[in-house]
Write a protein that binds this ligand. Structure first.
Ligand code: CO
Length: 141
């Protein structure tokens, strides 16, 4: 079951500068940083609320580590801005397989993602033009 917005993913050219902007504008602080080599992404998670039970909401800032990464291609084409919305769910494997069974274009095998979570993506062509991530936090199992 989908229970919340886990995070909004935002593509940016300069990660440190964008972290500074979100701190200044909204008071958000970085709670996690990670480089995902396979995705070519340098990312920062900024926690919006104070919960630490796997059900918090975040802004996920995403910068490219190499010019051929998906985020670099997105930035080339669209510039900075919202890249995806992540819905939190208690069982991402179940959700992904159920959606695939209904003909939705979704990768049915979630992969390791930020902060020990597992996540997969629903293709924008199946989701009204929006790239949607489905994520189950480490704490949720
Ligand atoms: Co994400």
């Amino acid at each position: 079951m989908i229970t919340r917005i886990d995070h909004v993913g935002i593509a940016c050219f300069d990660l440190d500068e964008t972290i500074r902007l979100y701190k200044e504008l909204y008071g958000f602080s970085v709670c996690h940083r990670e480089i995902n080599d396979s995705q070519g992404v340098d990312e920062a998670m900024l926690r919006i609320n104070g919960t630490d039970d796997g059900k918090a909401s975040y802004v996920q800032l995403l910068a490219a580590t190499r010019p051929d990464s998906p985020i670099a291609k997105f930035l080339d084409k669209r510039g900075e801005g919202i890249h995806h919305i992540a819905f939190g769910c208690d069982d991402v494997e179940f959700e992904a397989q159920a959606m695939a069974g209904r003909g939705v274009t979704v990768w049915p095998f979630p992969q390791p993602a930020s902060m020990g979570s597992r996540a997969t993506f629903v293709h924008p062509k199946s989701s009204g033009g929006v790239l949607v991530e489905l994520v189950t936090s480490k704490q949720e199992g």
